[in-house]
Design a protein around this ligand. Sequence first.
Ligand code: P6P
Length: 340
Amino acid sequence: MSSPRHAVSLTRHLIEEQRAGRINADLRQLIAVVARACTSISIAVGKGALGGVLGDAGTGNVQGEAQKKLDVISNEILLEANAWGGHLAACASEEMDHCFPIPDAYPRGNYLLLFDPLDGSSNIDVNVSVGTIFSVLRAPDGVAAIGDDDFLQPGTAQVAAGYCVYGPQTTLVLTFGHGTHAFTLDRETGTFMLTRESIRIPEETKEFAINMSNQRHWEAPMQDYVRDLLVGKEGPRGKDFNMRWVASMVADVHRILTRGGIFIYPWDRKDPGKAGKLRLMYEANPMAFLVEQAGGAATNGRERIMEIAPAQLHQRVPVFLGSKSEVEAATRYHLDHDAG
Ligand code: P6P
């Protein structure tokens, strides 16, 4: 039997959201442009060696990381797609030191777009799923020259967030604050089709995602928490756990949105000056919004990620996100430790 035809396209979903008064025309246009840019990125990623896009670009980014050719290509695709539409005031990207105000040649809109154009890019050369992560904020009123500081808004100020995972399927996962929904790219028509509506993450889980090679660098409550996961049903958690680690946040989060789990990138003393590995503004906040809208939770081990007041555009944060009950358990280990 052929698979059921999915009737609702992303375009129809966006029009119906606008008709319901949940988004306006500019935000609809912004998401439609980002989705088209993700389709172009998906095509570039899919070409791999045939497209001459694998390997390093020979440049570095503000994070001090070597840029892959596809990091730079994906960044350019998103900047060019969003420059002329009149829906944006400025963009900010993991790949750029400072924000990118819309050029004077084009009209400016009321939104700020932040993105990690190709997260997990270290996996590209080994053909593992990677993805684009994006977050949308309102531009402050009456600001003629948008700067980095105008982006420093808490995650609760996001008006939209999403990611596009480039794996066996290309899937866009999106929220406007009214649930989290997934759209799968129909490559024959180039159309994203609604394939999961109002996603719900199971509250309990037996699966955790973490890079165990960093264990010796973790702080005590993190050591205790993972020790109890590994002890399994003989220990205080009373159940056995499984582990997954793709080392591509978009792929790990997509699994958690699909079947539950907890994703953790904690603070570690490998680089004590950094608050964690993942970036607050364009990785942790958008993922936290998506996860919370799907009934999950997201903390930095001690407080809700979306309530953190940002101090810098590229600041990092520890991340615990996924099944609500498990995130609360992990956070409790940290809070109990702090309470002495
Ligand atoms: P590690 C990819 O570089 C990334 O930013 C996330 O996508 C991923 O979860 C994490 O880093 C992987 O880090 O230290 O395991 O390579």
